[in-house]
Design a protein around this ligand. Structure first.
Ligand code: NG1
Ligand code: ZN
Length: 532
């Protein structure tokens, strides 16, 4: 690496003096206008990470997901398309916070030394951004970092987060026995489209699906997918104004639906009773379904409901294929999963609870032969272990019914993104299950009844004093607080509440659920009153 070039280009991307950056659960995320130096340094870091891994391609995604338009963010993707290894998150934070160019160069040298990075290795990085206007300049800062560090960069343009994750794995497995697919967005959508067509072949056509694209990059993705699917599934796209910055995630999108527990106002007049609709978030990795019942009442089908629907479907397919003795299915949730969903799933399957954050869910799911994971907020996917894939590829079905189920399982391994949750892929998966079960929204919804719940944020002076255990369900600090929460929760029928610091915002979150709606709010606000 050329130190002079690194020095001169770093000088062009000075770190703002008053900001401490933190690589959190979703990478760096804050006001887009403050992130120039971070992007430059992430470029250098991505190059080093690639060299450390023998020149394998690393991904960089520039997005702030469901956050407001003025925010932006950046995260790194490891070679198999998974989130950056935890030990490198700390390196990212260290590099981002070096106060001066000299301190940054020093931090880079220390990282090279401590991680024994061989600088003679090549470096490859693929990067993309969502539709946020600040993304364009941030990508230029990233490119400066890549150039200074001597990495070969590939610009994947404006696309969704899951497409970038897919590309990383596709590039790194190209020409191998595990080739994941063609390394283009079109290649990915064609893969999904072919699998979808096979899975719904011979079934009555589905009604068009209403999609709220959150005025983000999901609109571009859905448009591309729609032309591949042609008449197999018609998309009725809404909130597709990607040119109007202020509209991004504004009163629409998956996060709006989940947190407000209502449909996006732009869709209210479009939705007929019992007609299913769904929302993506700003980078199209979260999915929320909903419908209005006969009485015009909003009904939400969130990540928990998706997990319930999908897990039961896959269990049935495995049984019908004659593989129940060889392949089992497990589910991973977080503490935010509705208690009713946990009960519904635990009665049927092994269910594991892990701390918030996709990487925890993904890793836990990888331990099951087939692992289904969804956060309640709609982020999730299904992962098939290598041994499950090899069982599937060598299985010899002995009846036509087994043969059909076996083919469908194989098609699911293509339809479902194995690297990260994808709103588009998950939506097609849900549509397949609805088609096979002949379910509308109401039938799906009736799998179980959600317990009323409430999520509130509390701003505190220092959220680091809130420390948890037991997959974030219990506080160990501040001392004595958990005992007080337990005492309050006991007063409510079916009550459950927990407090944890957010990993993405400067707040503490309080979650509560109980049998009766009016009591939930009381429980949530009483517990929130203990937090200061
Ligand atoms: P934090 O801010 O740590 O609660 C939020 C979501 C997570 C996850 C991350 C990453 C909730 C309650 N929390 O985390 O589920 O999606 O953002 O985007 O929805
Ligand atoms: Zn997102």
């Amino acid at each position: 690496m050329n130190t002079d070039l690194l020095r001169s280009s770093s000088d062009k991307h000075p770190k703002p003096t008053d900001i401490a950056f933190q690589y959190g659960t979703a990478g760096f995320r804050t006001l887009g206008s403050t992130l120039d130096s971070v992007l430059y340094r992430v470029g250098v870091l991505a190059a080093l990470r690639s060299r450390k891994l023998d020149g394998r391609t690393i991904g960089v995604m520039v997005t702030a997901s469901h956050n407001a338009a003025q925010d932006n963010g950046v995260k790194l993707v490891d070679p198999r398309g998974e989130m950056l290894d935890g030990s490198w998150e700390a390196h990212a934070t260290t590099l981002a916070n070096a106060p001066t160019t000299e301190a940054f160069l020093e931090a880079v040298s220390t990282l090279i030394r401590n991680s024994q990075i061989d600088l003679s290795k090549p470096a490859h990085v693929v990067y993309a951004r969502d539709t946020r206007p600040s993304g364009e300049e941030l990508v230029r800062a990233l490119e400066d970092g890549l150039k200074a560090a001597g990495a070969e960069g590939r610009d994947a343009g404006v696309t969704t987060t899951p497409v970038l994750h897919y590309l990383v794995r596709a590039i790194n497995t190209k020409g191998t026995a595990d080739a994941y697919g063609e390394d283009t967005q079109e290649g990915y959508y064609k893969k999904l489209g072919d699998a979808f067509k096979e899975l719904v072949q011979g079934r009555p056509p589905l009604d068009p699906i209403i999609i709220d694209c959150a005025n983000g990059v999901g609109a571009i993705a859905a448009e591309a997918m729609s032309s591949i699917l042609a008449n197999t599934l018609v998309f009725d796209l809404h909130n597709t104004s990607i040119d109007k910055e202020e509209l991004l995630n504004n009163s629409c999108g998956a996060d709006f639906v989940k947190t407000q527990q209502k449909s996006p106002p732009q869709l209210v007049d479009v939705l007929k009773p019992n007609q299913r609709a769904c929302s993506f978030d700003g980078d199209a990795d979260r999915l929320m379904y909903f419908y209005h019942d006969e009485n015009g009442q909003f009904r939400m089908l969130d990540g928990d409901k998706i997990a319930g629907l999908v897990a039961a479907f896959i269990v049935d397919l495995v049984k019908t294929a004659g593989l129940a003795d060889e392949i089992s299915v497990g589910v991973v949730q977080t503490a935010y999963a509705n208690g009713a969903s946990t009960k519904y799933l635990s009665d049927r399957l092994p269910v594991k609870c892990v701390p918030t954050g996709v990487k925890h869910l993904h890793h836990a799911a990888e331990r099951f032969p087939i692992g289904v994971y969804f956060e309640a907020n709609g982020h999730g996917t299904v992962v098939f272990s290598p041994s499950t894939l090899s069982t599937l590829s060598s299985h010899q079905p002995s009846t036509p019914a087994q043969d059909r189920a076996h083919k469908h399982l194989l098609a699911l391994t293509s339809l479902i993104n194995q690297t990260v949750g994808d709103a588009l892929s998950d939506m097609l998966l849900v549509e397949v299950v609805l088609s096979h079960k002949s379910y509308g929204g109401a039938e799906w919804d009736s799998l179980y009844e959600d317990l009323p719940n409430r999520l509130v944020k509390v701003s505190v002076a220092d959220r680091s004093v809130y420390q948890t255990e037991d997959a974030e369900r219990k506080l160990v600090s501040p001392p004595g607080l958990q005992g007080k929460i337990d005492e309050i929760v006991r007063r409510y029928e079916g009550g459950r509440s927990f407090v944890r610091p957010s990993g993405t915002e400067d707040v503490v979150r309080v979650y509560a659920e109980a049998m009766v709606r009016s009591q939930v709010d009381e429980l949530a606000f009483t517990v929130a009153g203990l937090v200061y």
